[in-house]
Design a protein around this ligand. Structure first.
Ligand code: CP
Ligand code: NVA
Length: 342
C-alpha cells in the first residue's frame, strides 16, 4: 500500500530480470555446461541485513538468506530466542542498535504496531516480512507468477523464456483478471485488496459473516480507491463466479492456534474444490494459488496438486521478488527515487 502501482510493476519487472540473470548461473543445464558469466548486481556487498523473525518461516526466510547471498551480502537470522527483543528490550531500542550495525531490517512480527515502531526508530529501511495485518512481499511473488503465466489467461500472450537474451523489461502483460479469494480475510488477502485493483484486476471475496476486513485495512483500501473493484459476500460459490484465479490461505494463522476448533467450525463449506468452482461458475480454465504453508482444510489435494495449481512456481518466486526488494531498498536505497525517475 505504501508503493504506487508503477513502483509495484517496476519491482515485478526487476524480479524477472534478476531471475533471468541468476537462474542459469545457479543451474547450468548438463554436466559439462559452464554457467553463464552473468551475475546479479552485488548491491549488498559488504552489507548485512537483519532478519528479525518472531514467527516461523520457510519461504520468506530462505528467500531472504539466499537472495542476500546472491547480491553479495550477508543476512543475519535473529529468531525470537536469539535476541533481547520482546523479553528484555523494546522495538525502539532494538531498531536503533540493529540499524547502527546493519543496512536493512526485514522483520516478521506479531502485532502490526511492532513493525511500525521498528520503522519509526530505525535509521535504515525496514521491510515487512509478515505482520498481523499485512504480508507485502507475498503479493509481489503472486504478481510475478501471474505475469509469467499470462499465456494461460490470454493465448496471444508470449510465454517468457528464462534463457532468452536479457531485455530489461520483457514480462508479458496480464489481461485484466477476476481474482476470487475464499476463506480467512487475513494478512495475505489484505495486500491483495490494496494491490490487484490498482493494477486493473477485480476481486471477489467470500468469508464467513463473523470474519470481515480489519478496519484499518479497509480504510487503506478506500483511500487507494480499490473498494470499487471489490465484491465481498459470504457465499463461496458466488465469489468464484467468473473467476480466472482462485486463492485461499490457511484458516488458522500463526498465533491463532487456540482458536482452531472454532475456526474449523466457522469455515465449514469454504474449502476450495473442483465441485465448488464448477457449481459457482468459475472460468473453466481457472488457476489456483496459495501462499503456503497449506493445510487440507482450505483446499483439497485434487486442486492443490492438480494441473490448475501454480503454488510451487509461486513459492519459488518469493526468492526473486524478495531479491528485487532487497536490491532496490537495501542495496540501492532507492525503491521510491528510482521508480519515480523511471
Ligand atoms: N508464504 C510464506 O510467507 O511462507 P513462510 O511462512 O514459510 O515464510
Ligand atoms: N495467514 C498466514 C500466512 C502465512 C504465510 C499466517 O499469518 O500465518
Amino acid at each position: 500500500a505504501d508503493l504506487t502501482a508503477p513502483q509495484i510493476s517496476r519491482i515485478i519487472a526487476h524480479s524477472h530480470v534478476l531471475k533471468k540473470v541468476s537462474s542459469p548461473w545457479l543451474a547450468p543445464q548438463g554436466f559439462n555446461k559452464k554457467p553463464r558469466l552473468r551475475m546479479p548486481s552485488q548491491s549488498l556487498f559488504n552489507k548485512s541485513i537483519a532478519l528479525i523473525f518472531s514467527k516461523r518461516s520457510t519461504r520468506t526466510r530462505l528467500s531472504a538468506e539466499t537472495a542476500s547471498a546472491l547480491l553479495g551480502g550477508r543476512a543475519l537470522f535473529l529468531g525470537r530466542e536469539d535476541i533481547q527483543l520482546g523479553v528484555n528490550e523494546s522495538p525502539r531500542d532494538t531498531a536503533r542498535v540493529i540499524g547502527g550495525m546493519c543496512q536493512g531490517i526485514f522483520a516478521r512480527v506479531g502485532d502490526h504496531e511492532e513493525i511500525e515502531e521498528l520503522a519509526k526508530y530505525s535509521p535504515v529501511p525496514v521491510l515487512n516480512a509478515l505482520s498481523s495485518l499485512w504480508h507485502p512481499t507475498q503479493i509481489l511473488a503472486d504478481l510475478l507468477t501471474l505475469h509469467e503465466h499470462a499465456h494461460l489467461f490470454d493465448p496471444s500472450a508470449e510465454v517468457p523464456q528464462l534463457t532468452d537474451k536479457l531485455k530489461l523489461v520483457d514480462l508479458p502483460n496480464l489481461r485484466p483478471l477476476t481474482i476470487a479469494y475464499v476463506g480467512d480475510p487475513a494478512n495475505v488477502l489484505n495486500d491483495m485488496l490494496v494491490t490487484f485493483p490498482r493494477l486493473g484486476h477485480k476481486m471477489r471475496i467470500a468469508s464467513p459473516p463473523a470474519y470481515q476486513c480489519a478496519p484499518p485495512v479497509w480504510e487503506r483500501v478506500k483511500e487507494l480507491g480499490c473498494d470499487k473493484d471489490i465484491w465481498w459476500g459470504s457465499d463461496p460459490r458466488e465469489a468464484v463466479h467468473g473467476a480466472d484465479v482462485v486463492i485461499t490461505d490457511t484458516w488458522i494463522s500463526m498465533g491463532q492456534e487456540t482458536e482452531k476448533a472454532q475456526r474449523l467450525k466457522d469455515f465449514q463449506g469454504y474449502q476450495i474444490t473442483e465441485a465448488l468452482c464448477r457449481e459457482g461458475g468459475a472460468n473453466p480454465d481457472w488457476k489456483f494459488m496459495h501462499c503456503l504453508p497449506r493445510k487440507a482444510n482450505e483446499v483439497d489435494d485434487e486442486v492443490f496438486y492438480g494441473p490448475r495449481s501454480l503454488v510451487f512456481p509461486e513459492a519459488d518466486n518469493r526468492k526473486w521478488t524478495i531479491m528485487a526488494a532487497f536490491d532496490l531498498l537495501f542495496g540501492k536505497w532507492n525503491i521510491k527515487g528510482e521508480i519515480k525517475a523511471a
